[in-house]
Design a protein around this ligand. Structure first.
Ligand code: C5P
Length: 234
């Protein structure tokens, strides 16, 4: 069944989905790889559309696959599809340009985090609504982290208590994200990084194990197992 978005919602979600996904091995754009018989992007959009505050979803798709992506998402939710760029940042900027000014909160979410629960979309949006200009979902770092120099020699051990691994969706006041993108020079891997560079505070909220990034072949296997567990407990 096609989801209905909330016409009174105050949130737009941008989904950059135009990456090639080389780390996942051969097989085309990562967002379009199947997970349990459906493309990652379909899983991601279905969960975003289930978040009650979302009024608009904009997907940045591979430029040669716009019609295919529209056809794929049509039965899932009403989605605007725009061509992606050469870098993630360009894809996000293209999607942001399609968001009307009156939508006050903009979230940026990687299609590769296909199992992200709607509750995480809501908690990030709620923190922005509550007054934070920029919000990121994070998890504690569990591994010991070393800084390594030339010749694989360890330089030192980083105090992991102060480290967090960062997920998406990252949430922003619309004007804050627009200004950060307008001022961006070098491509970064996350949007909060652009906002940090502009000197604007970025607030952490608890992330979710389900928002894991599906990047390597092992991640696909783990994600399929998670889906099976979720189906059993439903
Ligand atoms: O390559 P990486 O894993 O960092 O990509 C993160 C997200 O950004 C993915 O959903 C990918 O499809 C998207 N992306 C994009 N346009 C690019 C490169 C990556 O939309 N040119």
């Amino acid at each position: 069944m096609t989801a209905q978005l909330n016409p009174r919602g105050d949130v737009a979600v941008l989904v950059p989905a135009a990456g090639s996904g080389v780390r996942l091995g051969p097989g085309g754009p990562k967002a379009l790889r199947p997970l349990d018989g459906e493309p990652l992007l379909v899983h991601a959009v279905r969960r975003i559309a289930a978040a009650p505050s979302v009024r608009l979803i904009v997907v940045a798709a591979p430029p040669d696959g716009l019609d295919a992506v529209r056809a794929m998402l049509d039965p899932v939710a009403p989605v605007r599809v725009v061509p992606g760029g050469a870098h993630r940042q360009e894809s996000v900027a293209g999607a942001l340009a399609a968001v009307p000014r009156d939508l006050g909160i903009v979230l940026v979410h990687d299609a590769a985090r296909a199992l992200t629960p709607p509750e995480l979309v809501e908690s990030v949006a709620a923190a922005v609504r509550g007054g934070c200009p920029a919000v990121i979902p994070v998890l504690p770092v569990v591994d010991t982290i070393k800084e390594v120099g030339p010749h694989d020699l360890v330089r030192g051990t980083v105090d992991r208590a102060a480290l967090r691994s960062v997920q998406t969706p990252q949430g922003f006041r619309h004007d804050v994200l627009a200004k950060a993108h307008a001022a961006a020079s070098d491509p970064l891997t996350d949007d909060a990084g652009l906002v940090e560079k502009a000197g604007i505070p970025v607030t952490c909220v608890p992330g979710s194990e389900l928002a894991m990034k599906i990047t390597r072949p092992l991640d696909l296997i783990l994600a399929e197992a998670l889906l099976r567990v979720a189906a059993r407990v439903r």
